[in-house]
Design a protein around this ligand. Structure first.
Ligand code: HEM
Length: 419
């Protein structure tokens, strides 16, 4: 009963304590659920790589299948392999570099908005503001730059759908989605609007391809020459919008909070931004991803009984791999609670794979990771060159483990023009 209560109310504390112990795999029993936390290098590599065919994406993905079906984010097995092969070329470093001017356009619009806010001394809510920027960037890269106000509305509906998915994922026994409860009806309306909008853009791009990921997705071919169906394309795009929105927003919001709490690091970022150098900004982003990984945990479920080292994990149980817990474990990090971008300095020893994995592990690791890092680097550099974010209260607020690790309460801040 206690494990169940802590799984529900304090999974970060529960998993962090377990990962601090000298154990490869920690086991919890929670009512009818058997939950295992894979902590050690061998256990994580076994689940995500060596024996991955025995694992499907687990309970943390069930609710996401409602909006996006079997898209890359939710798929496993043969579908996942062929999807990943098809989609990989859209997300290479090269492809991301080509998208920089599009991303910069969105950040530039944010700068214009901040000029006005700064002039009026009007505060922002940091998480909402960064979600808005993140959606604008990812939306333009995926769908094209000219959608304007329609994009803001799409972002709001994606937020509604994500919040509903997050609520269902938290519930241990989710209600079937068909019930006409007010929340389910609101979700269905958001889903229809998102789908109709995306289908509209797909129809336009089929008439005239643009310089966006959707156009490349429509042209992508499997080895046998076939393409994705329109519905598959639509669901992939919605999946990317959902995967790349609040994760990016959270990363940016945590970065500003940590910089405000650590003036030396802030000075370093501002100097780097002024001189067009990005090394130190990347160090700060990595250290932020260590302490506040937006994708804080993911689950897998064994198809057949398996052994993780000395621990038997039965078919149907839940295996959790928790970046937050490992990345703060005193077994793996010295003084783990301290924010220290020097951990990622060029001369420092890079962390082992199971000490630091904010983008996941193995062949299912985040396909958007280059995009995410380049986007974050660009946004922080362009904004820090001109502005300082000054939170109204000191220090980062506590993290809340939903699907994404976000600040638990609203973070008021002013944006101040740098002299
Ligand atoms: C800071 C930003 C981001 C973080 C922290 C993040 C984190 C993660 C993590 C931890 C996984 C692995 C999940 C698992 O193995 O179960 C993942 C997978 C994935 N991410 Fe991201 N992500 C970010 C941004 C993005 C963006 C921008 C996109 C797309 C535009 C994206 C698309 C995906 C997809 C499609 C998968 C599934 C890949 C597969 O299963 O092969 N992510 N992400």
């Amino acid at each position: 009963v206690q494990a169940l209560r802590r799984l529900r109310n304090d999974p970060l504390g529960l998993f962090a304590e377990a990962a601090a112990q000298d154990t490869e795999v920690a086991a919890f029993r929670a009512a009818h659920l058997r939950v295992f936390l894979a902590v050690g290098a061998d256990a994580i590599a076994h689940v995500t790589l060596a024996n991955r065919d025995n694992y499907r994406k687990g309970v943390s993905y069930d609710a996401l299948r409602i909006p996006i079906g079997d898209s890359l984010l939710t798929a496993d097995g043969a579908t996942a392999v062929s999807r990943r092969r098809l989609l990989g070329p859209l997300f290479t470093r090269r492809a991301v570099v080509d998208a920089i001017p599009t991303m910069a356009g969105a950040v530039e619009d944010c700068c214009t908005r901040w000029e006005q806010l700064a002039a009026r001394d009007e505060p922002i809510e940091l998480t909402a503001e960064m979600n808005r920027l993140a959606f604008d960037v990812v939306g333009r890269v995926l769908l094209g730059a000219e959608l304007g106000a329609a994009m803001t509305r799409l972002g709001d509906r994606i937020d509604d759908a994500s919040a509903w998915v997050a609520r269902r994922t938290r519930a241990v026994v989710p209600l079937p989605p068909g019930l006409p409860t007010p929340a389910n009806r609101a979700y269905r309306r958001a889903e229809s609007e998102i789908r109709a909008f995306t289908e509209g853009v797909i129809a336009q791009r089929k008439d005239a391809a643009g310089d966006d990921m959707l156009s490349r997705l429509l042209a992508a071919r499997h080895p046998d020459g076939t393409t994705l169906t329109d519905t598959e394309v639509r669901d992939e795009i919605i999946g990317f919008l959902m995967a790349g929105h609040q994760t990016m927003g959270a990363l940016l919001a945590w970065t500003w909070q940590l910089l405000a709490a650590h003036p030396d690091a802030r000075a370093g970022v501002e100097a780097a931004a002024d001189n067009d150098e990005d090394e130190y900004i990347v160090q700060v982003l990595e250290e932020t991803l260590r302490l506040y990984p937006p994708g804080w945990a993911f689950t897998r479920t064994p198809r057949r009984d398996d052994e993780l080292g000395a621990t038997s994990v039965p078919a149907g149980s839940i295996v959790v791999i928790c970046a937050y817990a490992n990345q703060r474990s005193p077994r793996f990090w010295e003084d783990p609670e301290r924010f220290d971008p020097e951990r990622f300095a060029p001369g420092a020893t890079p962390p082992a794979a199971h000490h630091f994995f904010p983008f996941g592990a193995g062949p299912h690791a985040c396909i958007g990771r280059h995009l995410a890092l380049v986007e974050a680097k660009l946004a922080i550099a362009m904004l820090a060159r001109r502005f300082r974010v000054v939170p109204l209260t000191a220090g980062p607020v506590a993290p809340q483990p939903g699907i994404t690790l976000t600040p638990a309460s609203s973070v008021g801040a002013t944006v101040v023009r740098r002299e």
